[in-house]
Design a protein around this ligand. Structure first.
Ligand SMILES: Nc1ncnc2c1ncn2[C@@H]1O[C@H](COP(=O)(O)OS(=O)(=O)O)[C@@H](OP(=O)(O)O)[C@H]1O
Ligand SMILES: Nc1ncnc2c1ncn2[C@@H]1O[C@H](COP(=O)(O)OP(=O)(O)O)[C@@H](O)[C@H]1O
Length: 430
C-alpha cells in the first residue's frame, strides 16, 4: 500500500462506477494476470488516482499501462458485502489452498437443494470446496431480490452443511465481481479477457463448477410461486385487502423509522450505518435503505457545495427521501455530517409526521477523526486546499436532542451497532 499521499494527491482523480471499482479490487487482490489489469473504459491516459463512488481512493496508476498500486489495505472497498471475514483477496485464498485439490463453485444467487446436491457430488475426492460468491455490481437480473450480502450469508450456512456431508473443508469467499458486468472490462483492447473459470482458478480452484448466470430449478419454481401469489392477490381481492394480506405476510406492520447519524467526517457514521443495515437485514422483515451523505452527493445532491445553504439543502433532501422510505414501512439509515441544528430539526419534524425518528450523534472527537483521515481531507483542509471543512474551518453544532451518543474511540463497531439496535427497539421499531 502506498502511503505517500503527497506523491499521488496531485494526479488526476477518477471516480469509478461500481463495476469498474469491482474490477480494480479484483486486480489488486491478485485475481488477474499483469496483462489483464482492468481498463476502466473511460480512464484518461497517463497517471491517475482511482476512487470509488464514496470518494475513497482505491489505487494509483503511475502511467497508462503500469500495474495498479493499492491505496487501501488489500484494495478492499466498504459496503455491506465487504465483511472482511469473507472478502479475502484471491492471492490470499490461493496461497492458503496451494497444492490441494480444490473445487471452486461460482454462485451469484442463493443455491437450491438441487444445486447443493450437484456441489456435493462434484466435491467427492476434493480436499477443499470454495464457494465463490459473486457479489459485484450489477446483481444478476433474475436474482435482484437477494443482495450480495444475502448470497454470502446463505453460502456460509451451506458451507457448514457441505463440510459435514461431503467431508471436504468448505469456505466461503465474497468475490467483487458480477458476471453481468462483462468480462471484457477486465483486459486492455487486444489482450485476452479472463473467463469466470480463470477467476475461480485465481482463487485456488483446480476444478470449477459454474452455477452462476442462470437460476436453478428451485429458484425458477419460487419465482413462479411468487407470480401465482401476485395473480391470486390481484384477481381475488380488492387492492386495499391485497395490500394488507401481502404486507402481513412479508414485512413489518406499520410505519418504519429514520435513523440520522450525524457527526464529523471520519467519525464512523457510514461504517456504523452500514453495519446496522447488515444486522437489520437478518433481524427485521422491513426493507432497509442506507442514504450515505458522501454517496448522495453524486446523485440527489450533485452540484451542491459545502457552504451553509448547500449543506442545508443536502440534509433536507436526504431527510425527505428518508421520510418517504420510513412512511412506506422501511427503515432509512441516513449518514451525513448534518452540522446544523435547524436542518436536523427539519428532518425530525418531517419524519415524525409519519414514522419514528432516531438521532444518533457519532461523537468521535475531532483529534481521532483527524488522525484517521481516511480520505486525506483533514490534511488538505489544514493546508488550506479544502475550504469550509467541518471541524477545521466550518462549524459543527453539537446536538442537544440525540437519542443516542456514541464515540467510536470507546465503542468498537459491534458494540456501536448493538447500541443503535437497542435504541431502535426502545423506540418500538423492530
Ligand atoms: N468542506 C467539506 N466539509 C465536510 N466534508 C467535506 C467537505 N468537502 C468534501 N467533503 C466530503 O463530503 C462528505 C460530507 O458530506 P455530507 O453530505 O455528509 O455533508 S453535509 O451533511 O452536507 O454537511 C465527507 O464525507 P464523510 O467523511 O463520509 O463524512 C467528506 O468526504
Ligand atoms: N468503532 C468504530 N466504529 C466505526 N468506525 C470505526 C471504528 N473504529 C475505527 N473506525 C474507522 O473509522 C473510519 C470511519 O469512517 P466512515 O465510517 O467513513 O466515517 P464517516 O462516514 O463519519 O465519514 C473507518 O475507516 C473505520 O474503519
Amino acid at each position: 500500500m502506498s502511503d505517500d499521499w503527497s506523491r499521488w494527491s496531485a494526479l488526476p482523480h477518477l471516480v469509478l462506477a461500481d463495476p469498474d471499482a469491482d474490477a480494480v479490487e479484483l486486480a489488486l487482490g491478485g485475481a488477474l494476470t499483469v496483462s489483464q489489469q482492468p481498463v476502466v473504459a473511460s480512464s484518461p491516459l497517463g497517471a491517475v488516482v482511482l476512487l470509488d463512488e464514496e470518494n475513497t481512493p482505491l489505487a494509483v496508476r503511475s502511467e497508462s499501462h503500469a500495474p495498479l498500486e493499492a491505496l487501501r489495505p488489500r484494495g478492499v472497498r466498504g459496503g455491506e458485502d465487504a465483511d472482511p471475514r469473507y472478502r479475502v483477496p484471491a492471492l490470499e485464498v490461493r496461497t492458503r489452498l496451494g497444492g490441494r485439490s480444490v473445487l471452486g463453485v461460482l454462485l451469484d444467487d442463493v443455491a437450491g437443494t438441487d444445486e447443493l446436491e450437484r456441489i456435493a457430488a462434484r466435491a467427492a475426492g476434493a480436499d477443499d470446496v470454495v464457494l465463490l460468491c459473486l457479489v459485484g455490481t450489477p446483481r444478476p437480473s433474475y436474482a435482484t431480490d437477494v443482495s450480495g450480502a444475502g448470497v454470502v450469508r446463505a453460502a456460509v450456512a451451506l458451507a457448514d452443511e457441505l463440510t459435514r456431508t461431503a467431508g471436504a473443508a468448505t469456505t466461503t469467499v465474497a468475490v467483487p465481481w458480477a458476471a453481468e458486468a462483462g468480462l471484457d472490462r477486465l483486459a486492455w483492447p487486444g489482450e485476452k479477457a479472463p473467463s469466470l473459470e480463470d477467476i475461480a482458478r485465481a482463487y485456488g480452484a483446480t476444478d470449477v463448477l459454474d452455477l452462476s448466470a442462470r437460476p436453478g430449478a428451485g429458484r425458477q419454481e419460487f419465482a413462479e410461486a411468487v407470480r401465482r401469489r401476485d395473480a391470486v392477490l390481484a384477481e381475488s381481492f380488492p387492492a386495499a385487502s391485497a395490500r394488507e394480506l401481502s404486507g402481513a405476510a412479508t414485512a413489518g406492520v406499520g410505519p418504519g423509522a429514520v435513523v440520522l447519524f450525524t457527526g464529523l467526517s471520519g467519525s464512523g457514521k457510514s461504517t456504523v450505518a452500514k453495519a446496522v443495515a447488515q444486522r437489520l437485514e437478518v433481524s427485521s422483515a422491513r426493507r432497509v435503505v442506507v442514504l450515505d451523505g458522501d454517496e448522495v452527493r453524486h446523485m440527489l445532491s450533485a452540484g451542491l457545495g459545502f457552504d451553509r445553504e448547500s449543506r442545508s439543502q443536502n440534509v433536507r433532501r436526504i431527510g425527505y427521501v428518508a421520510s418517504l422510505v420510513a412512511g412506506a414501512g422501511g427503515i432509512a439509515l441516513a449518514a451525513a455530517i448534518a452540522p446544523y441544528e435547524a436542518d436536523r430539526a427539519d428532518v425530525r419534524h418531517r419524519t415524525e409526521a409519519a414514522a419514528t425518528f432516531v438521532l444518533v450523534h457519532v461523537a468521535t472527537p475531532l483529534e481521532v477523526c483527524e488522525a484517521r483521515d481516511r480520505k486525506h481531507l483533514y490534511a488538505r483542509a489544514r493546508a488550506g486546499e479544502v475550504p469550509e471543512f467541518t471541524g477545521v474551518s466550518a462549524p459543527y453544532e453539537e446536538p442537544h436532542d440525540a437519542d443516542l451518543v456514541i464515540d467510536t474511540t470507546e465503542l468498537d463497531l459491534a458494540a456501536a451497532v448493538d447500541a443503535v439496535l437497542a435504541t431502535l427497539r426502545k423506540a418500538g421499531v423492530e
